[in-house]
Design a protein around this ligand. Structure first.
Ligand SMILES: NC(=O)c1ccc[n+]([C@@H]2O[C@H](COP(=O)([O-])OP(=O)(O)OC[C@H]3O[C@@H](n4cnc5c(N)ncnc54)[C@H](O)[C@@H]3O)[C@@H](O)[C@H]2O)c1
Ligand SMILES: [Zn+2]
Length: 667
C-alpha cells in the first residue's frame, strides 16, 4: 500500500527545495531577489521542519546543508580558518523566550547576552598579519569563500593597518548606507540598468565587481562584530571583544548593548524595531549572542549556525493597497519608466502614493497588473516598493501591462539600445519629453548655467513653439520672451537675455555635459574636454581614442559616436555655433611646461598630495593626467601600496618614478 500522506510530503518537499534553490540563485548569484526575505524564511523553515520530521527524505543537495553567500567567477577560492556560519532566525517573542529557556536548561551558571543590531549587508572575514590587512574573504559556502581583498581595501573605514602589530582574524559586515543605495539605484534606473532590490543586494553586487575602481566609487562601509580565537588575547566575553576591537582600530556599532535577561532582550528589540528608520543603514533584526565564550563553547554549533546565537528579525511593515493607475514616464534619455499610482497608505510614518516599478521586466517577473491589490514595503526602510500582487483579490478587471511599442508622449517607435538593457526607450531624438528634460539639464549649473531658465519657463517656451531644440535658446530675443505674456516683464526678459549671452562662453566641459550625450556625466565630459580641446576634434574622434579614456567602455564610445553622427545633433551644434557659442577649451598658458604633452598616471597613495591635487599639478605643467595606464602613458608615479597599474607599466616598458623623484625632476 502506498502511503499517500508521505507521498504528498515528498512532493511538497521536492517543490520547496526547487523553489528555494531558484531564489537562492536569484539572491546570492544575481543579487536580484524577486520575493521578500520573510516569504523566503517561511519556505526555508518549512523545509527544515519537514527534514526534522522525515529525515529519510532529506535530499543530499538540500539548501539546509549550505550556508549560502555570494559566489561568482573571477575570485580566488580560499578556505576559512574556522567556518563562517549563518544564524538561526525568528520573528516572534515566543521563540525568543523558548531560545532563552533552552539555554537556561543547558547552562547551570549565570549568563547574559550581547545584543547587537543585525546589519543587513554581506559578511566578511579579515585577516591581519603583524597588524597589516592581508586578506578579505567572503563567506561563500561557509567553508570556502572568495578572496576579495582588493575590493575591500577600497572601503575607507576598514583599517589597512591596526594599532597593534598582531596577527588577528576578525569578522563583520560590509554594508551600503541607505543614501548611497538610493543614489546608485537612481543612476542605474537612469541608464537603463536593472535596480537592486535593497542595500544588501546592492552591497553584494558591488563586492562582486571585477573592477576595483568601480567598487571604490560606491561608498561601502562596515561594522566588525567577531574576534576569532579571543583567548589568544586574554578576552573572555563578546562585550570585551567588541571593546578590544574598537581599541585597536576597527569600526564597531555603537548601539551594541549588554542584556541581562529576556525582558531586556525584548525591550531592546522593541526599541530598535521602532527606531531603526533613524539609522543611516538598513538593519533587519537584532542578534543575540551568549556573552561568555566558555558557555558559547559548551553549546557548540550545528553545520549551519551556532547554538549560542539567534537573530530576532524586525517586522518590516507591509501594507496592502491598490494600484489606481500605472503611468509611463519618459526621462531625458528616453527611458520609459512605469510608475504605480497608489491609493494613499501610511507606511512606517509617511504617506505613500506612488512607487516606481523600474522597468517592464520587474512587472513581468512579479506579474503586477494595473488595478491590482498589492503588498508594499520600504526597501532599506526608505523607498516604497511593490513586493507582489495579491492574486486572491483579483476580480478579472486587472489589466496586464506590456512594454509600449509607441512612446506615450510622441507616439514614436520604442526599443532597446542594446540587448543587455532592461529599459525600453523612445527612439525619437526629437521627443518633447526628452527635450524638456534635456533643456533643464542644458540650463543647469553644471551645464550652461543659465539662471532663470527653470522647468516652468522651459515648459512655456516649449509649448509656445519658441523652442524646438537646444539651439533655439540662442535665437531668443527680448521680444519673443515678452510675448509669453503673463508674469514675464522687462526685467525678467533682460535678465534672461543677459544670462543666455554669458552662457556662450562656458567651458567646453560644461557644453559637452549640457548637450545631453547619453551616458556622459560631469566627469566624462571633463575628460573629453581635456582630451579633445574642441568640439570638432570630438566629432571626428575614433572609437579607440574614446575608449582610451578612463571610464569609457566600448558601449559608451559607440553611443557617443552615434550621438554626434545624428543629423539632429549636427544641426543643433551648427545653430549654436552660428549664434556664437564657443566650442573650444580655453587654453591657459603655462609658465612652466615641464610636462608638455606627457601623459602621466599614478598608482598607490601619495604622501604629499591627494590624487585630485596631483592631477592638477600635472595639468598645470602642461601634462595630461590619466587614471589608467595604457601604451601611450609616458610616466607612472608610484606611491605607497601600488596596484596592478605597476605591472601593466612594467609590461609596456613605461618609465616608472617614485613620488619624490618625480617631484624633483618635474618641479
Ligand atoms: N528573498 C530571497 O529570495 C532570499 C533568498 C535567499 C536568502 N534570503 C535571505 O537571506 C537570509 C539568509 O542569509 P544569511 O545566511 O546571511 O542569514 P541571515 O542574514 O539571516 O543572518 C546571518 C548573517 O547576519 C549577519 N550579521 C549582521 N549583523 C550581525 C551581528 N551583529 N552579528 C552576527 N552576524 C551578523 C552576518 O552576515 C551573518 O552571516 C535568509 O534569512 C533570507 O532572509 C532571501
Ligand atoms: Zn517620445
Amino acid at each position: 500500500m502506498i502511503d499517500i500522506s508521505t507521498e504528498n510530503i515528498k512532493k511538497e518537499y521536492e517543490n520547496l527545495k526547487k523553489e528555494i534553490q531558484k531564489h537562492d540563485k536569484l539572491y546570492y548569484v544575481e543579487s536580484k531577489p524577486i520575493i521578500d526575505d520573510r516569504k523566503y524564511d517561511e519556505m526555508f523553515n518549512r523545509l527544515l521542519e519537514i527534514e526534522k520530521k522525515h529525515p529519510e527524505i532529506k535530499a543530499p543537495d538540500s539548501p539546509s546543508n549550505r550556508v549560502g553567500g555570494l559566489k561568482n567567477e573571477g575570485f580566488e577560492k580560499v578556505n576559512h580558518s574556522i567556518p563562517m556560519l549563518s544564524l538561526d532566525n525568528t520573528y516572534s517573542e515566543e521563540e525568543i523566550i523558548e531560545f532563552d529557556k533552552r539555554i537556561k536548561k543547558n547552562i547551570k551558571s549565570d549568563y547574559n547576552y550581547s545584543g547587537e543590531l543585525k546589519i543587513d549587508g554581506v559578511s566578511i572575514s579579515l585577516i591581519y598579519e603583524s597588524g597589516v590587512l592581508k586578506r578579505a574573504i567572503t563567506r561563500g559556502n561557509g567553508i570556502t569563500g572568495e578572496d576579495i581583498t582588493q575590493n575591500v581595501k577600497t572601503i575607507r573605514t576598514i583599517p589597512l593597518k591596526i594599532s597593534k602589530d598582531i596577527d588577528i582574524e576578525v569578522r563583520g559586515e560590509i554594508f551600503m548606507p541607505n543614501k548611497e543605495f538610493e543614489r546608485i539605484n537612481e543612476e542605474r534606473e537612469n541608464s537603463g540598468k536593472d535596480v537592486f532590490a535593497n542595500p544588501r543586494n546592492s552591497t553584494a553586487g558591488t563586492l562582486k565587481l571585477l573592477d576595483t575602481k568601480e567598487v571604490a566609487k560606491r561608498r561601502l562601509d562596515n561594522f566588525i562584530y567577531y574576534l576569532i580565537n579571543p583567548e589568544k588575547y586574554g578576552i573572555k566575553t563578546q562585550t570585551e571583544a567588541l571593546d578590544f576591537l574598537k581599541e585597536i582600530g576597527f569600526k564597531i556599532n555603537k548601539h551594541n548593548k549588554m542584556l541581562r535577561d529576556v525582558d531586556e532582550v525584548i525591550n531592546y528589540w522593541k526599541y530598535w524595531n521602532k527606531n531603526r528608520k533613524e539609522l543611516e543603514y538598513d538593519t533587519d533584526g537584532i542578534v543575540l549572542k551568549i556573552n561568555d565564550f566558555e558557555i558559547q563553547k559548551k553549546l557548540g554549533t550545528t553545520v549551519r549556525s551556532p547554538r549560542w546565537a539567534i537573530a530576532f528579525k524586525f517586522e518590516a511593515e507591509q501594507k496592502e493597497t491598490k494600484i489606481k493607475e500605472i503611468k509611463l514616464q519618459v526621462g531625458s534619455s528616453g527611458i520609459i519608466t512605469p510608475v504605480a499610482i497608489l491609493e494613499p497608505v501610511n507606511l512606517e510614518g509617511s504617506t505613500v502614493q506612488r512607487a516606481s516599478l523600474h522597468n517592464f521586466d520587474y512587472i513581468d517577473q512579479r506579474d503586477i497588473r494595473d488595478k491590482d491589490y498589492v503588498l508594499i514595503q520600504k526597501a532599506g526602510g526608505i523607498i516604497p516598493q511593490i513586493l507582489e500582487p495579491i492574486k486572491e483579490k483579483r476580480t478579472g478587471e486587472e489589466i496586464k501591462i506590456h512594454p509600449p511599442s509607441k512612446c506615450p508622449i510622441c507616439d514614436s517607435e520604442t526599443g532597446k539600445l542594446d540587448e543587455e538593457e532592461v529599459a525600453i526607450r523612445c527612439l525619437n531624438p526629437l521627443c518633447p519629453a526628452k527635450l524638456k528634460r534635456t533643456l533643464e539639464k542644458f540650463a543647469s549649473n553644471s551645464g550652461m548655467n543659465i539662471e532663470g531658465l527653470g522647468p516652468k519657463l522651459i515648459e512655456r517656451l516649449f509649448d509656445s513653439g519658441l523652442i524646438e531644440d537646444l539651439g533655439d535658446i540662442y535665437k531668443l530675443d527680448k521680444q519673443k520672451i515678452l510675448s509669453l505674456g503673463e508674469g514675464i516683464g522687462e526685467k525678467t526678459a533682460n535678465n534672461l537675455i543677459k544670462q543666455i549671452e554669458q552662457s556662450k562662453n562656458r567651458p567646453l566641459e560644461n557644453i559637452i555635459y549640457a548637450i545631453g550625450v547619453p551616458g556622459v556625466g560631469k566627469k566624462i565630459a571633463k575628460d573629453l574636454s581635456n582630451k579633445f580641446k574642441n568640439i570638432d576634434n570630438l566629432l571626428k574622434a575614433a572609437k579607440e581614442e574614446l575608449t582610451n579614456i578612463d571610464g569609457i567602455g566600448k558601449e559608451l564610445a559607440e553611443s557617443i559616436k552615434s550621438f554626434f553622427e545624428e543629423e539632429m545633433t549636427k544641426r543643433v551644434l551648427e545653430k549654436m555655433k552660428k549664434y556664437g557659442v564657443q566650442f573650444s577649451k580655453k587654453e591657459v598658458s603655462f609658465k612652466n611646461n615641464v610636462l608638455q604633452d606627457k601623459i602621466i598616471s599614478q598608482t598607490g597613495s601619495l604622501k604629499s598630495m591627494t590624487r585630485k591635487d596631483f592631477s592638477d599639478y600635472v595639468e598645470k605643467r602642461g601634462g595630461e593626467f590619466s587614471s589608467n595606464v595604457t601604451k601611450n602613458t609616458d610616466i607612472l608615479v608610484i606611491g605607497e601600496n601600488p596596484g596592478s597599474k605597476l605591472q601593466k607599466a612594467e609590461k609596456y616598458g613605461i618609465k616608472i618614478l617614485e613620488e619624490d623623484d618625480f617631484f624633483t625632476q618635474f618641479k
